[in-house]
Design a protein around this ligand. Structure first.
Ligand SMILES: Cc1cc2nc3c(=O)[nH]c(=O)nc-3n(C[C@H](O)[C@H](O)[C@H](O)COP(=O)(O)OP(=O)(O)OC[C@H]3O[C@@H](n4cnc5c(N)ncnc54)[C@H](O)[C@@H]3O)c2cc1C
Length: 599
């Protein structure tokens, strides 16, 4: 796998199709074979052979090929270099020699290893199920119905009528208008960065979201002169101002952060000497803005260097798929309206939109769950229809929940099973085969993904958010206290020399019935509480600091299972660990709850 086929794009219009084109009828059509599509296919396949999956590009996943895995591989290389170069304080001196070609070769070698697993799975699927091409929904005049038009690489178009449709078309990097023309091959995105044969000397990274931050820091640690631009002073999409300020302070120690900057132009210019073109960014520093916002002090500035990595967010493309022919409406953020967020089902339609395609929670574990649950939901519906129709389904093994929902992106799944909650949710019904007398009771609503939001950014220090944001807690009218800990003097963090960070823990102040709202941040009601909150219940947290990935998981588990501050403090904390920092924040919250109780 050298040049990545996922980077190819082709625009296909919803042309009215030729009336003579034969129509293929299937029970289920899946569009997109990334993580969500793979998971959906595996579930659906257990209930029916009448399925097609249409995919443009490589039959692996974004996560393994150009996403989670290669980015973490680059970060791992950066971490090694950083510790080799910056251990003087420990009395360890020396300079690391970085071989850029080897760094990138390892990233690709290991990436190809991870990507080979989904590829292998897809290779085992029946060829009759697979269509290689780009799908759109068209209005078929003759049958007066919405059909899938799959435009294949050979130029042929196949028309498909599907009883159930799962749309799992992912997302793509967003590049501001005109930038590709202005910068040409000096512009890279996360789709192309891992294909670089060598490390550049200098790199501008535009955007301090998760992807920009992770890649900028990794490159910087590998000796690339990185300038990281953002139009606001927010990093990592952090939604707690105090944590954001701390993150900026920690990251500024090693990164050239150019926050609050406005890019006025991007261009290329002829380089001197070796004649290689260089990228140029013209920008103004909004920090120079006068108090009255007149901008007159803003000085025009210029960055010049090898390459520009555009990390200005990712966009789905379902607005270009002809969903209007299915009667599906999108909101201003290109998100489907009337959608069940756990499995992507559109209300009153046999259509599911899952993973990054629905743009609600574009994270791997969410994508994975949604694809699995959509497939499961369709499989259950098909089984129920089979039973209702008296069909012979004896040999249908139906929906086997022993599968690991996540295994398309991981090699060893033995200890990596985010589906456990989903399985538990339906495990009490044990037998969900088509012959089961309890089948009638089983609806797809019983199978739900964990409602607790969790995100982690693998910068150093790491950044995490879990549960509700402060904004959503306040919107729901929940009284809260904030337990805090700074990692500056946290024992183990100091030992390790990673003592920069802040954890803020949002805790329910008193028993309350909370208002239910559709929060902008995608947070949902915990099905276990249904809004009945008790004093000490953990509502959410935000953190920048060491070991944030583990603290996020502990808190997500606590939130999901209604473990209170007192309940968590009843658990042992080993000494000396970074997790003792979590205990300090819990104690801080507990102290405030006690003080308030005595008021
Ligand atoms: C650099 C980077 C780092 C990331 N790191 C993390 C991380 O650390 N943790 C985390 O949780 N998440 C991370 N993510 C996000 C995660 O990778 C995505 O949420 C996830 O991969 C989305 O999976 P998906 O199934 O929705 O889409 P994809 O895996 O992108 O699959 C969509 C498929 O549909 C195909 N397709 C699109 N349109 C059509 C069409 N019209 N017809 C046919 N086929 C079509 C595409 O070619 C593609 O094969 C990262 C993403 C990136 C880019």
């Amino acid at each position: 796998m050298t040049q990545h086929p996922k980077t190819q794009t082709s625009q296909t219009s919803h042309t009215q199709n030729n009336a003579t084109t034969p129509i293929r009828h299937v029970k289920v059509a899946i569009i997109g074979a990334g993580t969500a599509g793979h998971n959906a296919y595996r579930q659906v396949r257990k209930a029916t052979d009448s399925v097609v999956i249409i995919n443009e590009g490589i039959w692996s996943t974004t996560c393994t090929t150009i996403g989670c895995m290669p980015s973490k591989l680059l970060i791992a290389a950066g971490e090694r270099a950083h510790h080799a170069k910056h251990s003087d304080d420990f009395g360890i001196e020396g300079a690391a020699t970085i071989n850029g070609k080897q760094v990138m070769a390892r990233v690709r070698r290991e990436r190809d290893h991870f990507a080979s697993y989904p590829l292998k799975n897809a290779a085992e699927w029946g060829e009759e199920h697979k269509i290689y091409g780009r799908a759109v929904i068209v209005n078929h005049a003759e049958t007066k119905s919405a059909l899938i038009a799959a435009h294949t690489a050979t130029g042929a178009t196949q028309l498909i009528a599907a009883e159930h449709m799962i749309i799992a078309t992912g997302s793509k990097p967003f590049v501001p208008d005109g930038w590709r023309d202005s910068l040409g091959d000096l512009l890279i995105t996360s789709d192309t960065i891992f294909e670089l044969p060598d490390l550049p000397k200098s790199l501008a990274v535009i955007g301090t979201g998760a992807i920009g931050l992770e890649l900028a820091q990794a490159m910087s640690r590998l000796g690339v002169a990185v300038a990281l631009f953002n139009r606001s002073d927010n990093v990592g999409g952090i939604k707690d101002d105090k944590v954001n300020a701390k993150a900026v302070a920690c990251l500024s120690n090693e990164l050239d952060l150019r926050l609050n900057t406005s890019i006025t132009a991007v261009r290329r210019q002829q380089g001197d000497g070796d004649n290689r073109s260089q990228a140029v960014i013209d920008y103004t520093d909004l920090n120079d803005t006068n108090m009255d916002d007149t901008n007159i002090n803003n000085t025009a500035q210029t960055w010049t260097g090898d390459l520009v990595l555009v990390a200005t967010g990712r966009r789905n493309s379902i607005d270009k798929m002809g969903l209007e022919h299915l009667g599906i409406e999108l909101d201003d953020n290109n998100r489907p309206k009337d959608m069940d967020k756990s499995n992507g089902k559109i209300k009153d339609k046999n259509v599911y939109i899952v993973g990054d395609a629905n743009a609600y929670r574009p994270l791997l574990h969410e994508t994975s769950n949604e694809g699995y649950l959509a497939g499961l939901s369709v499989a259950l519906r098909l089984n129920r229809a089979n039973v209702d129709n008296g069909a012979n389904v004896d040999n249908v093994d139906n929906v086997d929940n022993s599968d690991n929902v996540d295994n398309v992106d991981n090699v060893d799944n033995s200890d990596n099973d985010p589906a456990i909650n989903i399985r538990n949710a339906i495990a009490s019904d044990a037998d969900i085969s088509a012959q089961s007398p309890i089948l009638a009771d089983i609806t797809e609503h019983k199978a739900q993904a964990p409602a607790t939001l969790m995100s982690v950014i693998f910068s150093e220090p790491q950044i995490m958010a879990v549960g509700h944001t402060l904004k959503s807690i306040e919107a729901r009218g929940i009284p809260y206290v904030i337990g805090e800990v700074s990692f500056e003097n946290q024992g183990r963090s100091r030992i390790m020399g990673v003592n920069c960070g802040l954890l803020r823990l949002y805790v329910c102040q008193k028993d309350i019935r909370a208002r239910h709202i559709e929060a902008d941040d995608g947070s949902q009601e915990n099905p276990k509480t249904r809004g009945n909150l008790q004093q000490g219940q953990i509502l959410g947290a935000c953190m920048v600091g060491p070991a944030a990935e583990y603290i996020a998981h502990i808190l997500a588990t606590a939130i999901t299972n209604n473990v209170t501050v007192a309940g968590l403090l009843d658990s042992p904390f080993y000494h000396p660990t970074i997790l003792e920092g979590l205990r300090t924040a819990l104690r801080d919250a507990k102290g405030q709850l006690t003080a308030n109780a005595n008021d």
